[in-house]
Design a protein around this ligand. Sequence first.
Ligand code: SAH
Ligand code: SF4
Ligand code: F3S
Length: 451
Amino acid sequence: MKPQTPPRTYRVKSFGCQMNVYDGERMAELLDARGIRPATEGEDADLVVLNTCHIREKAAEKVYSDIGRITKSGRAAGKEPLIAVAGCVAQAEGEEIMARAPAVSMVVGPQAYHRLPEMLDRATKGERASDTDMPAIAKFAQLPRRAKRSPSAFLTVQEGCDKFCTYCVVPYTRGAEISRPFADLVDEAKRLTDGGAREITLLGQNVNAWSGEDARGTAIGLDGLIRELATIPDLARIRYTTSHPNDFTPGLVAAHGEVKKLMPYLHLPVQSGSDRVLKAMNRQHTADRYLRLLDEMRTVRPDIALSGDFIVGFPGETEAEFEETLSLVDEVRYAQAFSFKYSPRPGTPAASMDGQLPREVMDDRLQRLQSRLNRDQLAFNEASVGRTCDVLIERRGKHEGQWLGKSPWLQSVWFEAEPGQDPAIGDMVEVELVEAGPNSMRGTLLEKVAA
Ligand code: SAH
Ligand code: SF4
Ligand code: F3S
């Protein structure tokens, strides 16, 4: 590679889960701290960071085609952009990317991106650099202080996964479970609220496996952390995602009934309603155990909105087993859900299991599952009509006077402000939900809620 002038503009493109988005924000902050500015929309950036996801098919192919597109577009604009591949594809296939894509000068894994600035220095000198270490010392201590200003912020509290579900790459791309220290998290949360955040979503691959010690040295779990964060006066809402059924404690269930700032929403993946399939997936829980947990949640918080993840077409899944998933859905009545066709991931045990299913079977099952999930999502939204709730305004809508935010149940809510009402991004307002759509609610603005 040729030496280059240091980049003046950057773009970080994040393709994965919320933790991947969080990492993308932190990489952007590292670059900001270097005096590099974000490229404006449509502008070709001098440095592009592809923050990739490896969870399902075609992840790597997509990276290569993106690299091609960026190089071509950069050339047309008369520049040779520096390209960094970050995220979980970088972790899993870093060497191959270096070998196959000469336009890439940096490959950096999800546990090593605090070293991006050093890598950038080398890249501008014309050297290629790759770092996919998973150091025991967490990267967090070496990142700049949070600067982001947004009413709703992410905060990674736990990383990695020791569960080894047989279909999943995360334990390989993110490494073993680690919890960030309590004091660091309280500190980061305060910085976020000082910067204008009113809502914080605590993130982790298994966020409810978080454990630590509070200021007095007492061992606490996620519920203890939530209770502490709830004492931050400017913080109005707390959420967390993604949790695992096996890491639920009675304390966390109780917190849903007791901590007002903890929002009535729970994303709890189940993947399948069949115990035989759950076993083959190594989920280590039964459908019944999952359902009982949701019952407990509904007992302490009757209005809780439930969400889940599903995989259809896991190797060997029979029609009858798939129908058990449909029955579970009928029983739970999710407010929201995410469903995927099984995708064999290189190196995972399920990829070499017998009984891989044809695409048509998976397509058919996905479509049948999604039609029920959509039915339930609409029903949940319709049942919300007439409710009055707080909405945290996150952005302006497309039309003049239109505003968008989230309800406590994580529904997208839009409303039009009357002249004189003057809401602003970051305001918490009281809204009456008046009309339900499949993916959003229309509201009318009643009043601003005091901070
Ligand atoms: N840690 C979380 C999920 C992380 S991955 C949990 O265990 O709940 C997000 C979702 O992607 C999973 O819940 C699963 O539904 C889906 N997923 C993961 N691996 C997959 C694969 N190989 N094929 C299809 N979907 C997959
Ligand atoms: Fe993947 Fe299972 Fe870990 Fe979730 S719990 S990240 S699905 S291995
Ligand atoms: Fe994807 Fe990595 Fe998240 S594989 S889902 S970006 S942990």
